[in-house]
Ligand binder design. Structure first.
Ligand code: HEM
Length: 347
């Protein structure tokens, strides 16, 4: 019965949030969160983009592509399991800026990868390694953006998350601007900012809450949480009163220096599960944006459904990751390429 009610609740919210997205009016001059220059008027309509990705895209041109990606990701994560969350985060940062076009991998002054917001991104060497192998087996065939999305699918499976099929056929972009990467949320925003940011790229509230569940693994540098611990709302020495007192003590001991790291999930940091949502209910969310998902009325109902039903989290995470992987920027349609080296556009 409980499962049934939650299912209909989620269904209802998907419909409502889809409506909200459609409702962004042309005359709505609201400013884009974290970026005073971009407005909704500037944001392309991602829903118009023709989705020509297919599951069989490389079946003829590079039949071993998926097996090569899988073997390499297995090898890398066996050596260093912290690469799994880092790769997942890399796909998020790629897909929310200019769509999934590997623009985050381009490495030159002023590119997304060199933005402040990208400083702690990791996992680039995994993609480079897979690309080198694929260039040997099927030259000029598999895009860096497909490699990233495929590698993340495998990383999610390796850490105990769901297995999902990903369609392929993305092209690599030729444009990457640090300024655009700076508009990503940092963890200090309000829920409305997050909702608007996700809506601007075609993702709804359910996607926001479910994909935030990726914070069930991985870590943050203490710099991202120190304000909550030592300088809440600009008052020196004050901590965020919404943090569970024991957890607060733990965080204060862990985070004396901004350069140290702390796990997102204080209970099962290495397991991909729904503990993240249970932690939010216990006031043990790490970023204030994580914790606020449990207090905002638009998102708290979803947090409780996901906290009580691990299987709903697993299946919806797979669906939202596929959706994240399908984001493409209509303005780049027809301008993409198959990069020879993921760090540079082709000459
Ligand atoms: C909703 C807005 C989000 C905010 C504000 C946010 C913020 C952050 C921050 C501040 C960090 C730590 C960065 C550092 O200091 O090293 C982080 C890490 C991470 N994020 Fe998010 N994130 C969001 C959404 C997402 C989404 C949608 C995904 C994936 C689908 C994701 C996956 C991750 C992962 C796996 C890590 C850990 C990375 C590692 O251990 O290397 N995040 N996020």
């Amino acid at each position: 019965m409980k499962t049934c009610i939650s299912f209909f609740l989620i269904l209802f919210l998907v419909v409502v949030s889809a409506k909200e997205y459609d409702g962004v009016d042309d005359d709505d001059e609201q400013s884009f969160p974290g970026n005073s220059i971009t407005t909704f008027r500037d944001i392309p309509d991602y829903s118009d983009f023709e989705d020509d990705l297919t599951f069989s895209y490389y079946h003829k041109s590079c039949p071993d592509a998926e097996a090569i990606i899988q073997r390499k990701v297995d090898e890398w994560i066996k050596k260093d399991d912290t690469l799994a969350p880092s790769l997942i985060r890399l796909q998020y940062h790629d897909c929310v800026v200019r769509g999934c076009d590997a623009s985050i991998l381009l490495d030159y002054e002023g590119s997304e990868r060199n933005a402040n917001q990208s400083k702690s991104l990791r996992g680039f060497e995994v993609i480079d390694d897979i690309k080198a192998e694929l260039e040997k087996k099927c030259p000029k065939t598999v895009s860096c953006s497909d490699i990233l999305v495929g590698a993340v699918r495998d990383a999610v499976r390796i850490v105990g998350g769901p297995f999902y099929m990903v369609p392929y056929g993305r092209k690599d972009g030729r444009v990457s601007k640090a300024k655009e990467a700076e508009s990503l949320p940092t963890g200090r925003e309000k829920i409305t900012d997050l909702v608007e940011f996700f809506q601007s790229i075609g993702l709804n509230i359910l996607d926001l809450v479910v994909l935030s569940g990726a914070h069930t693994i991985g870590r943050t540098s203490c710099g991202s949480v120190q304000e909550r611990l030592y300088n809440f709302n600009g008052t020196v020495g004050r901590s965020d009163p919404s943090i569970d007192p024991k957890y607060l003590n733990f965080l204060k001991r862990k985070c004396r220096w901004a350069s140290e790291f702390v796990d997102f999930d204080g209970i099962t940091p290495k397991n991909f599960n729904n503990e993240y949502y249970k932690n939010l209910q216990k006031n043990m969310g790490l970023l204030s944006t994580d914790q606020m998902l449990n207090t905002d009325s638009r998102t708290s109902v979803l947090v409780s459904a996901l906290a009580s039903q691990p299987e709903v989290f697993t299946s919806q995470f797979a669906a939202s990751m596929v959706k994240l992987g399908k984001i493409q920027d209509p303005s780049s349609e027809g301008n993409g390429e198959i990069r020879l080296n993921c760090n540079y556009i082709n000459a």
